[in-house]
Design a protein around this ligand. Structure first.
Ligand code: AP5
Ligand code: MG
Length: 224
């Protein structure tokens, strides 16, 4: 099962991907997480990427395409993968098609998670993320608070607020999404792969909708 989770910043891609890993035992590939790890390590790529990320802009295509090429070639992707935050531009989607063809593979489903913009701002400005990269669990101060304030329920590590989760950067990220990433819905619609779902409601209900889609169940544009 090769799945793309598409959706604006804060739509719940990471939240759903973490649940899908547990259910299907396939890796989540988040370019955002990989870039944040590079920023933390202080690599040359990380230093360059940080400027784009802090401004709510996209890191150049050639950088993220290189990351994805290397990642998809790894053995754990053979059983399937969940792409979270990639592709984000039409050239990235075209490059992905080429890479997958060279690996005799293809995308099976593109789940597009729809949430309105003001809800996304509220979600992101209240998000708290586990500092332990191997865990990376997300919480929300109002919607999904941790049992103990500032501490991850899963692994006990301290929570932090991402540098790009301030309102000004979030609004730039939304504008970037509308301009560069939303056209991907059309790109995958033509290929008959898009499954839009409403991304509001309980995290478990949204998860069940995604599982229904990948399990080959109800798959039309009605959002059920
Ligand atoms: P990235 O890390 O991919 O960020 P993003 O796409 O902006 O998405 P987020 O991670 O912010 O949101 P999410 O959809 O994962 O939501 P989450 O589940 O956490 O990218 C960051 C940056 O890296 C980019 O801006 C860019 O600079 C760069 N980058 C990355 N990939 C790139 C690429 N391919 N090309 C170029 N540049 C790239 O949920 C959000 C919050 O909502 C949480 O608090 C959660 O608890 C809460 N929540 C989730 N579901 C629900 C629900 N149903 N109800 C209520 N609250 C909910
Ligand atoms: Mg995410």
């Amino acid at each position: 099962m090769n799945l793309i989770l598409l959706g604006g910043p804060g739509a719940g891609k990471g939240t759903q991907a973490k649940k899908l890993i547990d259910k299907f035992q396939i890796p989540q590939i988040s370019t955002g997480d990989i870039l944040r790890a590079a920023v933390k390590e202080g690599t040359e790529m990380g230093r360059k990427a940080k400027e784009f990320m802090d401004a709510g802009k996209l890191v150049p295509d050639e950088v993220v395409i290189g990351i994805i090429k290397d990642r998809l070639a790894q053995a754990d992707c053979k059983k399937g993968f969940i792409l979270d935050g990639f592709p984000r531009t039409v050239p990235q989607a075209e490059a992905l098609d080429k890479v997958l063809t060279s690996l005799s593979s293809k995308i099976d489903h593109v789940v597009s998670i729809d949430v309105d913009e003001e809800a996304l701002v509220t979600r992101l400005t209240g998000r708290r993320t586990c500092k332990n990269a191997a865990c990376g669990q997300m919480f929300h101060i109002k919607f999904t608070p941790p049992k103990k304030e500032g501490t991850c329920d899963k692994c006990g590590t301290e929570l932090y607020q991402r540098d790009d989760d301030n309102e000004a950067t979030v609004r730039n990220r939304l504008a970037t999404y509308n301009q560069a990433t939303a056209p991907l819905i059309g790109y995958y619609k033509v290929k008959g792969l898009v499954r839009p779902i409403a991304g509001v409601g309980s995290i478990d209900d949204i998860f069940n909708k995604i599982v229904g889609i990948v399990a080959g169940g109800h798959a039309c544009a009605c959002g059920r």
